[in-house]
Structure formats: structure tokens, C-alpha cells
Ligand binder design. Structure first.
Ligand code: NAD
Length: 363
């Protein structure tokens, strides 16, 4: 009997595309909870990943996002030398109007039921307050407020890592890692985006910033002396570096076609709409792309420190500072082998996982 072929629009097709260890659908009528938790790979340790709350166009879109993000977390932990695996959760809903204590705590019960095989933290659309609610139901959560013994908001460290990734790229392209005289377009003025704007302005960089939330955009631009730009016009401007700090999939055939910048380096996860195709397109166009999971690992590192031992800000900063050297290594490999930077990063991450798998098999 020939194997059944799944329709591309089917949940089973999505599940069969990437080998996840466990995918859990969570629903609760009373609180309106609709969430998906995906555990991708636990070779290096329990799966760790954020909880994203977003208004997806469909449940299938949410599934695709969580499957891709959880895989990215596996690669992020691996390339950053952390002993955790990759996972992710998404809650379907409007993070501005549909959040409640009950919803977050109900979701926390689902995390609890995974008995520590999945540990979560903040992501787009969730914050330390949400983690506090999840903590009321389970200990398998990080990114808690400092007043509760946690590491607090991870976005300043995530932004610091992105800045270091930008500097590693600037060194490659312009021969110096000084940002003086450079211009950067930051898309998304949320937690990470705002902190990145602040760090860039501290280095006297000319910053353009956009956001779909006009109030937020105006506030951030005014606070740091950046230039607010409509999201639709951002890519038409002339700037050296593009820093996507909102949603993924932003680097696609259409947007890459328009790009005039020298470097792309930002915090958004899964920036390449299709990893192989668009990684190659950027290489051919001569635009240096800093793989997102490599340079945005600061948030994960922050939570990892919180989980590992007594939290030390200094130790976390030291770990985050490795992002500069790690980015330089990826750029070197990409140049030597004439392969996209995304591919160079994936090879390094996959090798670490394969090496540790062999060691574990010998226990
Ligand atoms: P956030 O929710 O605080 O901010 C996201 C911002 O992007 C919001 O202000 C939103 O209005 C804006 N936005 C959404 N769609 C947009 C669009 N199409 N164009 C312009 N702006 C848009 O999220 P965050 O925590 O800052 O995370 C931003 C990105 O960085 C996400 O992809 C996230 O996965 C990634 N990331 C976050 C962390 C972290 O520590 N929070 C760490 C690593 C990576």
C-alpha cells in the first residue's frame, strides 16, 4: 500500500514536515484559551522557549509558527552553547485585549502537565506579569520579575546581543566595529526594538524606527531622538543596516528584491521566509545577514542563567558577550565556504547536537 499523502493545508502535513518530539494542543472554553506547545528537540536538555500571544489569521498559521519557532529554539540553544533543548508555545488571541489572569493560569496548568519537559518565558505579546501568573501554577517558567527572584525583563539583554551581532557584521563589511556615522532602520519598537534603539542612539547612530502601533512608535522615537517612519515606507529609505525586531517571515522574495542595505541584523525570530531560498538570495545580492537565532540569543541566555543557578547579571552579560565572537565565526565559515550565513550557522548548531547525542548514547 502506498503511503498516504497529506494535503498541504492539513495539520498532519505540518506535523510531518519537521520531526518534533511532542506537540500539545491546549484549549479551555471558560477562559477562551487556545494554545499550542511544541517540543522540538531535547538532546541538549529540557525544551525551552517563549510563549507568544498573537492574533493569527488561522489555527494553521499558529501551528506553522509554533513548529518553526520551536525548531529555531533548538538551534539557538545549540549554537549558544547552552544545555537546553528547543520548544515554543503560542496562544492565539489579541495580547492587548484578550489576556487575563485566568487564561494565563489555565495555560500554566498545561505547562505543568508536561512535567518539566517544557520550560517557558516571555516572547512577543507576553511579559513578566504573564510569567508571574504562569508561576502560580507551575515552576517551569523563567523570565520572572526580579522581585520574585527571577531575571526580570529579558529584552535589554536580547537587544545587547543584537547590537553585538550588528557590530560583528559592521566589522566584516566596513572593517571596523565602530558604529559612528552608520544608519540603522529598526522595524518594531517593542521590548527588544526599544532597547536596541536606545543602545544605537547611545552610539550616535542615525536611527529610523517603525511600528504598527502609532502611539508606541511616537513614544520611542521621541524618547531616544530617533526618526519615526511609517512601516510601509521603511524599506524605501537609505540606511546601512536593517534590524527587523517584529515578526518573522519579513525577508522574502519581494522584500529582498527592494533591499538596498549592506547588513540585516535584528531580533525577530525566523526572519527568512524560506531558509534556503532566501538565505541564498541574500548571499547572491551581497547583503550580509546575521542569522537571527545567533544574535538574538540574549533573552534565552538571560533565562538560562535564571534556571541554572543563582542568577547573576554579570555572568549573563559575559555569556551574551560571546555573541560577537560566535557571529564572527559564522561569518568566517560562510565566507570560506561561500555558503549563506544561515547555512553556516545551521551546520555549527547541528554538529553540536550530533556530538552530544553520541556522548549521550554512550552513557
Ligand atoms: P514585543 O511584543 O514587545 O514588540 C513587538 C513590536 O512589534 C510591537 O510594538 C508591535 O506593535 C510591533 N509590530 C508587530 N508587527 C509589526 C510589523 N509588521 N511592523 C512593525 N512593527 C510591528 O516583542 P519583543 O519581545 O520585542 O520581540 C520582538 C521580536 O524579537 C520577536 O520576533 C521575538 O520573537 C524576538 N525575540 C524576542 C526576545 C525577547 O527577549 N523578548 C528575545 C529574542 C527574540
Amino acid at each position: 500500500m502506498s503511503p498516504k499523502v497529506f494535503e498541504e493545508s492539513s495539520v498532519f502535513y505540518q506535523l510531518s514536515k519537521r520531526s518534533h518530539q511532542n506537540v500539545v494542543f491546549c484549549s479551555d472554553e471558560d477562559t477562551g484559551l487556545k494554545a499550542i506547545i511544541a517540543i522540538h528537540d531535547t538532546t541538549l536538555g529540557p525544551a525551552f522557549g517563549g510563549t507568544r500571544m498573537w492574533t493569527y489569521k488561522s489555527e494553521l498559521e499558529a501551528l506553522k509558527d509554533v513548529l518553526r519557532l520551536s525548531r529555531t529554539m533548538t538551534y539557538k540553544a545549540a549554537i549558544s552553547g547552552l544545555n537546553i533543548g528547543g520548544g515554543q508555545a503560542v496562544i492565539i488571541g489579541d495580547n492587548r485585549t484578550e489576556k487575563s489572569e485566568a487564561l494565563m493560569r489555565r495555560y500554566g496548568r498545561f505547562v505543568k502537565n508536561l512535567n518539566g519537559s517544557f520550560i517557558t518565558a516571555e516572547d512577543l505579546g507576553t511579559d513578566t506579569k504573564d510569567m508571574e501568573y504562569i508561576r502560580m501554577e507551575t515552576e517551569h517558567v523563567a523570565g520572572l520579575p526580579e522581585s520574585l527572584g527571577g531575571s526580570g525583563d529579558p529584552t535589554p539583554i536580547a537587544a545587547k546581543g543584537v547590537l553585538l551581532g550588528i557590530k560583528a557584521c559592521v566589522k566584516e563589511v566596513f572593517g571596523t566595529d565602530s558604529l559612528a556615522g552608520r544608519s540603522v532602520a529598526v522595524q518594531g519598537a517593542g521590548g527588544v526594538g526599544e532597547n536596541l534603539v536606545r543602545l544605537l542612539r547611545d552610539e550616535n547612530v542615525q536611527v529610523y524606527v517603525s511600528d504598527i502601533n502609532d502611539d508606541r512608535l511616537r513614544q520611542v522615537a521621541k524618547k531616544y531622538g530617533a526618526q519615526a517612519v511609517s512601516n510601509n515606507n521603511l524599506l524605501d529609505l537609505d540606511f546601512d543596516i536593517y534590524a527587523p525586531c517584529a515578526l518573522g517571515g519579513i525577508l522574502n522574495t519581494e522584500t529582498i528584491g527592494k533591499m538596498k542595505c549592506a547588513i540585516i541584523a535584528g531580533s525577530a525570530n525566523n526572519q527568512l521566509a524560506e531558509e534556503e531560498l532566501h538565505g541564498q538570495m541574500l548571499l547572491e545580492k551581497g547583503i550580509l545577514y546575521a542569522p537571527d537565532y545567533l544574535i538574538n540569543a540574549g533573552g534565552m541566555i538571560n533565562c538560562y542563567s535564571e534556571l541554572s543557578s543563582a542568577y547573576s547579571r554579570k555572568r549573563t552579560m559575559q555569556l551574551a558577550e560571546n555573541i560577537y565572537a560566535a557571529t564572527r565565526s559564522v561569518l568566517k565559515k560562510s565566507k570560506e565556504e561561500n555558503i549563506p550565513t544561515s547555512k553556516a550557522a545551521a551546520i555549527i548548531a547541528e554538529k553540536r547536537i550530533a556530538d552530544i547525542k553520541k556522548i549521550k548514547a554512550s552513557y
